[in-house]
Write a protein that binds this ligand. Structure first.
Ligand code: ATP
Length: 641
């Protein structure tokens, strides 16, 4: 039996709950990860020998990987019965298995960056302009149109209704925009590719069109879990509704309405109400906070109670940690942001290495964070920024990614161009696109084989490179052994790096990115435990995962509040607590009770509740040359200035 003795009463009730669908309102630091993983483990243990599975949807790969680790610890060897994944990865999986009903092949490509999406939209515009019956406004350009197309996709607007809906909404250029949108979705299908928003839109379309599919999913996945439910947008909610209805009795949702900070991305307090209305969920609260000192909890409660649209009956957080000391919370005023950042950097640099390791600098905006990062570096403290990284930067990893994509999508010209570019940076051999394309079309060969034929003809080719591209690549071409080929390519690249005089910058971040690659392979092995992970499945995971390297142990995290969500740090430095930063300028303009201001209050709430030991809040009279008032949130927390 798994041991539930370390759980508090509310946590235990949630883990053991079996009376229908449940919404757990879990405050920050209340142990929701512990509850989710213990509940999954409890169900697995009690149903040993049965074949049903558990679907648990999270919002980040990091959260999913962490939970897989904890479940594995609690019930070793049972992970094969759990699909713990993100909404987007699950959507990709659905489309791999059933996308043929919408004319997608399982090896579709995921367009993970805007450059590829824009290139496709450019093709679409060119085709539409060639077609004389379509007259597009002269100013229609891919880069400007992409955000509008993204919004339509995010709202899952059916292409055949786009024209009417856009006209009804009085959108400028409604008819041509609808045509571009329809043509873009057709182009995705034609090229067998999907971007992030269309993964969700097409999955929703699939589930809506094929009711038997939702039924089939419910048969396999007897239990459905959703973590961070407050972040779901309308389309994700509709997907959940389709798979959980008509019998949501085993639905288990964890949410915190006080941590909705993705309103701009479609999250809304209304979603929790919709869950109550549509699923008749029972509710349980986890107000106990294990993370923060009591004083921080006091400030957090005082702040968040100023928000008007909180869940009815929401209990204040209760600090489990005991004991007070004077310097748990510090509030400091400076004349300028430069002084503010320099002080924070000095304060951190004075700490022992051990204490430093648990510091983090948080800010609402990237600009302030960059300044603090620079000052830390000047004080000799290494820093770590966790910006999302859609593509690899180093030439060896770009070359690997392009080759794997070309094996999977044989006519992918973008990957061919990327392969040639990376190869040139590594070997100094220039392979032109035109001869490859004409050779491929004349011989009926795929692009990668054509490229390989062209490279092998070069007299200047080093022996080791010939071996990589003639011999080592064979297992990949013949049996899709991507793991083995990646190892060979890394070995080859390391020799290149050491032995010739390549462009040094080609190897920037090479080591870190090899680490990212290894972590990804380990994660997918766990995620698809007991299953063979095909090349296209692996590429989908790779394209859905940020390539941000793990934090070096000695570096100080400098995170925006959004990036810090779900984390905890010993010593939190929250900088830039001034009007127009936190709260943002837009929220200040909208007024004190606006939805925007309430979201900013939640941002501040999320930031301060990352604290395990001390919280330092700073602000300045001048921010980038402008006079600023201290943040109203300081006053709302009851801090006298
Ligand atoms: N019953 C418990 N006994 C002791 N410690 C606990 C208990 N429950 C949770 N914790 C600890 O509290 C901390 C916060 O837990 P966790 O990371 O699961 O928080 P969370 O609810 O996901 O927070 P957030 O919403 O802020 O991300 C962790 O360090 C965890 O180990």
């Amino acid at each position: 039996m798994i041991d539930l003795s370390s759980l508090n009463e509310n946590q235990r009730e949630a883990v053991l709950w079996d009376k229908g669908p449940l919404l757990v309102l879990a405050g920050p630091g209340s142990g929701k990860t512990r509850v989710l993983t213990s509940r999954i483990a409890r169900i697995l243990e009690q149903s040993a020998g049965q074949h049903f599975r558990i679907l648990a949807l999270t919002f980040t790969n990091k959260a999913a990987a962490e939970m897989r680790g904890r479940v594995e610890e609690l019930v070793p060897g049972e992970l094969g019965r759990v699909r713990l994944t993100t909404f987007h990865s699950y959507a990709a999986e659905l489309l791999q298995q059933h996308g043929n009903h919408l004319s997608f092949r399982p090896d579709f490509q995921i367009l993970s960056n805007d450059i590829d999406r824009e290139a496709l939209l450019d093709d679409v515009l060119e085709q539409l302009r060639k077609n004389l019956t379509y007259s597009l406004p002269g100013h229609f350009k891919a880069a400007q149109l992409l955000p509008a197309v993204t919004r339509l996709l995010e709202h899952c607007i059916p292409p055949d209704q786009a024209e009417v809906l856009l006209q009804q909404a009085n959108v400028e250029n409604a008819i041509p925009l609808a045509r571009v949108y329809t043509a873009y979705r057709e182009a995705l299908r034609r090229t067998n590719s999907l971007d992030f928003p269309s993964l969700i839109a097409e999955s929703l379309d699939l589930l809506s069109k094929l009711p038997f599919l939702a039924k089939h999913i419910r048969k396999i996945f007897k239990h459905i879990f959703v973590d961070e439910f407050q972040d779901t947008n309308h389309s994700q909610y509709r997907i959940l509704s389709l798979i959980a209805q008509p019998d949501p009795s085993t639905l288990f949702v964890v949410a915190d309405d006080d941590q909705i900070i993705y309103q701009w991305n479609g999250a809304s307090p209304k979603r929790i109400q919709a869950l109550r209305d549509d699923f008749g969920v029972s509710e349980l609260q986890l107000p106990e906070n294990y993370r923060c000192p009591p004083l921080v909890i006091e400030l957090a409660n005082a702040l968040i109670e100023k928000n008007l649209n909180r869940a009815a009956g929401k209990k204040p957080l209760k600090a489990v940690k005991q004991g007070e000391s004077d310097d748990v919370v510090r509030v400091l005023r400076f004349d300028s942001v430069d002084e503010e950042a320099i002080w924070v950097a000095r304060d951190i640099s004075k700490k022992s290495l051990e204490e430093r390791a648990s510091c983090a600098v948080l800010a609402r905006t990237k600009k302030l964070l960059d300044l603090a990062g620079r000052k830390l570096e000047e004080a000799g403290v290494p820093v770590y920024f966790a910006a999302r990284k859609d593509e690899f930067k180093s030439a060896p990893l770009r070359m690997l990614h392009a080759i794997l994509r070309l094996v999977n999508s044989k006519e992918d010209k973008q990957s061919l161009a990327r392969l040639s570019k990376a190869f040139y940076e590594l070997e100094g051999i220039n392979i032109q696109m035109a001869p490859i394309l004409s050779r491929a079309s004349a011989d009926g060969e795929d692009l990668l084989r054509s490229w390989l034929d062209e490279v092998k003809q070069r007299d200047t080719l080093e022996e080791r490179t010939r071996r990589l591209l003639e011999t080592d690549i064979r297992p990949l071409l013949n049996s899709l052994n991507y793991r083995g080929f990646a190892d060979s390519l890394f070995g080859w690249a390391e020799v290149c790096q050491a032995s010739s005089q390549p462009d040094e910058s080609a190897f920037n971040e090479f080591e870190e990115e090899q680490e990212v690659w290894k972590i990804l392979l380990a994660d997918i092995t766990k995620k698809f435990e007991g299953e063979d992970v095909s090349l296209h499945q692996m590429l989908h995971e790779l394209d859905l995962t940020s390539k941000t390297p793990p934090k070096p142990p000695e570096a100080i995290p400098c995170f925006t509040i959004h990036a810090s969500k779900g984390m905890e740090f010993g010593h939190v430095y929250l900088i830039g607590l001034v009007e127009d930063q936190l709260p943002s300028w837009a929220a200040v303009k909208k007024g004190d009770n606006s939805l925007e201001m309430q979201e900013e209050r939640r941002n501040c709430f999320v930031a301060i509740t990352r604290t395990q030991e001390t919280l330092t809040m700073t602000f300045s009279a001048q921010v980038f040359g402008w006079n600023k008032q201290p943040s109203r949130f300081l006053r709302e927390m009851g801090i006298e200035l």
